[in-house]
Write a protein that binds this ligand. Structure first.
Ligand code: PEP
Length: 251
């Protein structure tokens, strides 16, 4: 049995004051959750959110990780630095980073390795564009991204990773994949992981859906056999909306 996980991706939103207010509102709403709850917050709010959530069900995540240990990489934040501040999860290879910041399958892999090396759980994002979906390439695109992200990673480390299937056309658009389509693609992603490793590893890995998941559609998406949780952008910015998704994951 895989424990469901709901992760909020705040992207570049919320000042520290906003972060404090949201977390204080959210904590009592999700305190009984048996599903894991993660907040992937901007770097500058990590310390604040870590302190506020200490001892609660809410875990702290970041939205990226440097692919080197340390050194002359201006503007980067290493996995060790993040771990020291309480980071337990990191979103890696989000489509916005692939689109605007030159992220490739190779750098996604290097960042994933850094996360694993430092005891941070990577949430590796994959997903197709609208054009690729229309060309019937969804499964191929996701498989290629999975192969790239996991290149050289051993099964025992792969089993510690989380994958988020996020169709790019669904991110921030209000268009959600149908629960059936999302589940079918996730089944294919799991099959690709089984091909790369083995059945046990594939069955262990949590695979989330992300792309306009909200309080209304969460329950249906999360009821599907292979959807192990959600990566939530817009709907994670309001405590009540996010808490409703957490509630759906607990059903
Ligand atoms: C995301 O940023 O990962 C995401 C899924 O965003 P949204 O929920 O707003 O579509």
């Amino acid at each position: 049995m895989r424990t469901k996980l709901i992760a909020g991706n705040w992207k570049m939103n919320k000042t520290q004051a906003d972060a404090k207010a949201l977390v204080k509102e959210l904590l009592p709403m999700v305190k009984k959750s048996t599903a894991t709850v993660v907040l992937c917050v901007p770097y500058l709010s990590i310390d604040t959110v870590s302190k506020l959530t200490k001892g609660s069900v809410v875990k702290v995540g970041s939205q990226n990780i440097a692919w080197a240990d340390s050194g002359a990489f201006t503007g980067e934040i290493s996995a060790a630095m993040q771990k020291e501040c309480g980071v337990e999860y990191a979103v890696i290879g989000h489509s916005e980073r692939r689109q605007y910041f030159g992220e490739t399958d190779e750098t996604v892999c290097k960042r994933t390795v850094q996360a694993l090396k430092n005891g941070i759980t990577p949430i590796v994002c994959v997903g197709e564009s609208e054009q690729q979906k229309e060309a019937g390439q969804t499964n191929d695109v996701c498989s290629t991204q999975i192969q790239g992200a996991f290149a050289g990673i051993e099964a025992r480390d792969a089993a510690k990773c989380i994958v988020a299937y996020e169709p790019i056309w669904a991110i921030g658009t209000g268009k959600t994949a149908t629960a059936e389509d999302a589940n079918d693609t996730i089944v294919c992603i799991r099959a690709e992981i089984e091909k790369l490793y083995d059945k046990e590893t594939a069955q262990k890995i949590l695979i989330l859906y992300g792309g306009s998941m909200n309080a209304k559609n969460a329950e249906e998406l999360l009821s599907k056999s292979d959807i192990d949780g959600g990566l939530i952008g817009g709907a994670s910015l309001k405590a009540e909306d996010f808490a409703q998704i957490v509630t759906a994951a607990n059903k």
